[in-house]
Design a protein around this ligand. Structure first.
Ligand code: GLA
Length: 382
């Protein structure tokens, strides 16, 4: 059974009929550019082959959704879809998309939706955005809504920010909706311009290994919001619209104008990270893939020391991967747990995995899980 089969089966079981169609939206990893999106800077994610599938059909009074992940079914009408937060739990991600579409003036058809997914939950691979993007893509098609591709991530971000109440940026939705197979998505988070950067590693004998630290997430929501606030406050003090506007060669001068040492570190991360994204893109464009390794590792050090969003498990996984010969490694995603990406020679995958396993065993950590990442397609109707 594929995930698509699961979604179709869940639909039949819940609603006793066939879905009109199946819509898929992937999870993502971010190659580099962390906590830069809400600073209007640059990111470079790619889509995973793991996807969330929405099997859907029009009809009913309002909207209902069920999930093969054994979560309680939800249903809601116009009133709940009009009141941010009215539907909570997993259904809030569905209701939030309906809200965002309606709030933007679209007529959203009543619909029944069944969800299945193989995007790991709570691992920083953007499972919630995959759900929202699958639902958005399904509802847009069912309603014949003409929504430009560059508008879609903004709608999902509004759903997340206003309905669900999480202050996230625009990277995850953009990755899920706009990535293409064998490419990383170079996104300018101010202009929303994208460039598809060729990212077919196999020809170069290289692999990105994803290592799930399996570290429990602690306080990630509050810490995320605190980082964002600190960045916005720094931009205000510096008199710029966003930290994106602090050039790399103006960093020292900017830091000298900030009194708070913590804020100085946050700013240093964001400004240097934007530059690392630009440098990574240049290297990838000229086919010098191995050379991005040190940029990935520098990004990790910056997240660990300046942005302070890593935990022991991810630091240990990064170091173990480097010890086993990775060209570079870094935590990916919002932080406080989640996954590490490591750039390795394909034939070293088992050495790297063993190195991580040994380092984890030595420290008594819950074992990590690892798999090879393939840059995959964005959201689509199946
Ligand atoms: C989470 C958010 C994104 C982004 C990353 C950090 O994934 O959803 O918007 O801020 O963290 O880069």
């Amino acid at each position: 059974m594929t995930v698509a089969d699961d979604a179709a089966a869940a639909f039949r079981k819940e609603y006793g009929s066939e879905p009109t169609g199946l819509w898929a939206a992937p999870g993502r990893v971010n190659l580099i550019g962390e906590h830069t999106d809400y600073n209007e800077g640059f990111v470079l994610p790619f889509a995973l082959p793991m996807r969330t599938i929405a099997a859907a059909a029009p009809g009913g009074e309002g909207w209902s959704a069920c999930s093969s992940l054994a979560q309680d079914p939800v249903s809601f009408g116009v009133a709940e879809a009009g009141a941010p937060g009215a539907v909570d739990g997993w259904g809030g991600y569905v209701a939030g998309v309906v809200w965002a579409l309606r709030d933007a003036g679209y007529t959203v058809p009543p619909a029944r939706i069944a969800i299945a997914s193989d995007v790991p939950l709570g691992s920083g691979l953007s499972s919630s955005h995959a759900l929202e993007c699958a639902v958005l893509t399904a509802l847009a098609d069912l309603g014949g809504l003409e929504i430009a591709i560059e508008e879609r991530p903004k709608l999902v971000q509004r759903s997340e920010n206003v309905y669900v109440g999480a202050p996230t940026g625009i990277m995850d939705q953009s990755a899920s909706l706009r990535c293409t197979a064998d490419h990383a998505l170079f996104l300018d988070c101010r202009t929303y311009a994208v460039e598809q950067i060729p990212f077919d590693l196999s020809a170069a004998g290289l692999t990105i290994l994803i290592i799930n630290s399996n570290a429990p997430h602690h306080h990630s929501d509050g810490e995320y919001g605190a980082r964002r606030k600190s960045c916005e406050e720094a931009a205000r003090i510096l008199g710029v619209p966003a930290l994106r506007d602090v050039p790399a060669d103006g960093l020292d001068a900017a830091l000298a104008r900030l009194d708070d040492p913590v804020m100085r570190r946050r700013v240093r991360h964001v400004v240097t990270e934007d530059q690392r994204v630009l440098d990574t893109v240049e290297l990838l464009k000229s086919g010098r893939i191995r050379e991005i390794g040190p940029l990935l590792t520098a990004s990790h050090a910056s997240m660990r020391d300046d942005f302070e969003i890593t935990v022991d498990q991810v630091d240990v996984a990064v170091q173990a991967a480097l010890d086993a010969g990775a060209y570079g490694a870094r935590m990916t995603g919002g932080g406080f747990g989640g996954c590490v990406v490591a750039l390795i020679d394909t034939d070293r995958a088992s050495e790297v995995t063993k190195s991580v396993d040994a380092a984890y065993a030595e420290r008594g950590f819950t074992p990590a899980t690892a798999w090879v990442a393939v840059a995959s397609a964005g959201a689509t109707k199946l």
